[in-house]
Design a protein around this ligand. Structure first.
Ligand code: AMP
Length: 184
């Protein structure tokens, strides 16, 4: 796969779009590292790492972690040797400011599109601790206001590819693989 042109792939979509599931399937298929910023922060909280105590409250409210902290963590992770052969990034950048602070230079952005109603239905049934109705609503609101403008920028850069996320996991995976020219 030496001539495969997609080394840095971004997966984006509202919470409940299935982007994490798809990002992990794709990373495994390509033998790439998976970097999910939501997962990264949940691990930091679980390990009770010093200096990150304020994350718990942000998470419970469904608010974003500050750009500086987020960008530094992502940048240092992506600099590690094991991330150099290829990576699927799930959840970063989430704001235009984050892209301006640190842009990993994606080869393609896969936008998993689903309507809010579908996202809410799916989130309400997955039972994660930070999936309270208030947090879900807050995260979707942030997604539209903060991540929406970012998608417009990627669209203008000609790097955005829209995937219909309102289908089965397998059907969504098939769309993605087809777009990237990999066998299902
Ligand atoms: P997720 O699992 O992607 O829904 O992310 C869960 C939570 O992690 C979000 O509600 C944010 O608090 C935090 N988070 C994840 N990615 C970012 C990011 N790029 N910028 C700021 N906060 C983030």
């Amino acid at each position: 796969m030496n001539d495969f042109p997609y080394k840095k792939i971004m997966m984006v979509g509202p919470q409940g779009s299935g982007k994490t599931t798809q990002a992990k399937i794709l990373a495994e298929k390509l033998g790439y590292k998976y970097l999910g910023t939501g997962e990264m922060f949940r691990e930091i909280i679980q390990k009770k790492e010093p200096g990150f105590e304020q994350l718990v409250e942000l998470f419970e409210k469904g608010q974003l972690v500050d750009d500086q902290t987020t960008c530094e963590l992502v940048k240092s992770t992506l600099n590690k040797p094991e991330y150099q052969d290829g990576v699927v990034i799930d959840g970063y950048p989430r704001t235009v400011a984050q892209k301006n602070i640190f842009d990993p230079g994606f080869d393609i952005i896969l936008y998993i599109k689903v309507a809010d109603e579908i996202a809410i239905q799916r989130l309400s049934s997955r039972g994660r601790a930070d999936d309270t109705p208030e947090a879900i609503e807050k995260r979707l609101d942030i997604y539209h206001h903060e991540t929406g403008p970012l998608l417009d920028i990627f669209l203008n850069e000609g790097k955005l590819w829209v995937v219909d996320g309102e289908q089965s996991v397998e059907a969504v995976t098939k769309q993605i693989f087809k777009r990237l020219g990999i066998n299902f």
